[in-house]
Write a protein that binds this ligand. Structure first.
Ligand code: SAH
Ligand code: SF4
Ligand code: F3S
Length: 470
């Protein structure tokens, strides 16, 4: 058994990162068995689930939609806020019931960021005896061995490393979409924002080699993908750990050179976002004009407490530069309210910046203390009620501007990558504009997989209605 240790996880440079290749298993121990995976976290977590599916299917497991009839259920968890925890523990209760009643042989496994948390794993060991294995984020490539050992020995398997694993290439993936693909470019995060658990659950910054990324994109293009989204907790730090003179601007350029129709990237940290990067985004046709640029707070005092390393003035300068240089850009953000020490005045400064920036959209959160982070040791000064009140006020303004941004598109022609049948209406299809607005499109299903021109007829709060033009 290897349990997580949050103090160890804080350390950096404990071990040289090795670049290795996935070791394929020849034993098809999943033949005639089925699996079910549930994902709780961010885009990186979603992409990890695609790897989990890929590994399971490589040894014969088949995907199932029915948990009660599955042989194995894996929860790919997120630790970012307390409510992510609550959802997982709630669902574990459901799985226990299934094991107690209809499917006693069901194997239940936990992967993802919660598995890296000491308190969580200790609780699972003590109180959740029916959880059969826990596999950390750094050794995900060893998942099949843990499952096989669990099946062979009937003993519970717990393997979580508190130092960074290697960068493992060629892990099999089963992608959710046939047209738009996630591509990891950098793992981990070294920013240590004081509220955030990610540097502990994902370890230090580790960039993939540029050749491996470019090769993956080329192969995706050849197999018909129209879009790639480059992934990292802070993509703008790409390359810093392994190259002296190659950064995200260079990588974006090289990925654009592959000729793939659309290139996206998430998430950006304003601190590492250089003008050179803005220029590449502005210049290259196939780099999409959509940037998610988390602000977190509009108060310099709070930004400092958060260890965000920029001031609101720095943020505005970068924001304005992107708006000026990148045509038809859309910019979204993340904001936390109720950080320890955030006064009414600080909160109003956040509202002021939101009024200035008129974001296309924002994800807004109430501060949630996370295990072992510096902010969890700060005295909470904002009551839960006040946090909700601030969230509500902020959301009103955020929604106002996202509506205005959507309204501006009414009557225009937008290029959309059509990816699916519309969730709202079976007779429509849906897709995203270049600047990442969801459009429900009146048009035939044969459009799926194509980039087409769409006339925007009506803006709704969270999507647009459009008609296929050509
Ligand atoms: N790497 C990204 C953020 C990933 S987490 C970045 O640096 O921007 C996504 C968002 O969750 C963060 O931007 C932040 O707004 C929010 N978040 C992270 N930790 C939080 C916490 N402890 N409480 C509330 N919100 C949090
Ligand atoms: Fe968390 Fe900050 Fe890293 Fe984003 S940049 S993952 S918020 S520590
Ligand atoms: Fe959650 Fe881990 Fe992503 S904490 S947001 S799944 S990196």
């Amino acid at each position: 058994m290897k349990k997580p240790d949050m103090k160890e996880a804080r350390k950096r440079q404990q071990k040289e990162i090795k670049y290795t290749k996935y070791k394929t298993k020849s034993n098809k121990f999943g033949n005639n068995k089925t699996y079910f995976v549930r994902t709780y976290g961010c885009q990186m977590n979603e992409h990890d689930s695609e790897k989990i599916c890929g590994m399971l299917e490589s040894v014969g497991f088949k995907k199932s939609e029915d948990i009660e009839k599955s042989d194995i259920v894996i929860l790919n968890t997120c630790a970012i806020r307390e409510n992510a925890h609550d959802k997982v523990f709630g669902f574990l209760g459901v799985l226990k019931h299934i094991k107690d009643t209809v499917n006693p042989n069901l194997i239940v496994g936990i992967c993802g960021c919660m598995s890296q948390e000491e308190v969580v794993v200790n609780e699972l060991i003590k109180k959740y005896k029916y959880v059969d294995f826990v596999c950390g984020t750094h050794n995900l490539d060893n998942l099949l061995t843990l499952i096989e050992q669990r099946i062979q020995t009937n003993n519970r398997q717990i393997e979580v490393l508190s130092y960074e694993g290697d960068v493992v290439e060629d892990i099999p993936v089963i992608r959710e979409s046939k047209y738009s693909a996630w591509v990891d470019i950098i793992y981990g995060c070294d920013k240590f924002c004081t509220y955030c658990i990610v540097p502990y659950t994902r370890g230090k910054q580790r960039s993939r080699k540029k050749e491996d990324i470019i090769e993956e994109v080329k192969q995706l293009k050849e197999s018909g993908f129209k879009e790639v989204t480059l992934l990292g907790q802070n993509v703008n730090a790409y390359g810093k750990d392994i190259y002296n003179d190659y950064n995200l601007a260079n990588l974006l350029s090289d990925v654009a050179d592959t000729g793939i129709k659309r290139v996206r990237f998430v998430t950006s940290h304003p601190w590492d976002f250089t003008e050179e990067m803005v220029d590449v985004i502005a210049k290259r046709e196939n780099i999409m004009p959509y940037i998610h640029l988390p602000l977190q707070s509009g108060s310099n005092k709070v930004l400092k407490l958060m260890n965000r390393r920029y001031t609101k003035e720095d943020y505005l300068k970068l924001y304005n530069s992107i708006r000026k240089k990148v045509n038809n850009s859309s910019i979204t953000t993340d904001i936390i309210v109720g950080f320890p020490g955030e006064t009414e005045k600080d909160f109003n400064e956040t509202l002021e910046i939101v009024e200035k920036c008129k974001f296309d959209g924002a994800f807004t959160f109430a501060f949630s203390p996370r295990e072992n982070t510096p902010a969890s040791l700060m005295k909470e000064t904002v009551s839960e009620e006040e946090k909700m009140d601030r969230l509500h006020k902020l959301n009103e303004i955020v929604n106002k501007y996202s509506n205005i941004a959507n309204k501006k598109l009414e009557g225009t022609i937008q290029k959309c990558l059509v990816t699916d049948v519309s969730e709202k209406d079976d007779n429509k299809v849906c897709g995203y504009t270049e600047n990442m607005k969801l459009v429900n499109i009146k048009g035939p299903k044969s459009l799926i997989g194509k980039i087409v021109e769409v006339k925007i007829v009506e803006a709704k709060s969270f999507s647009l209605d459009g008609e296929y033009v050509k």
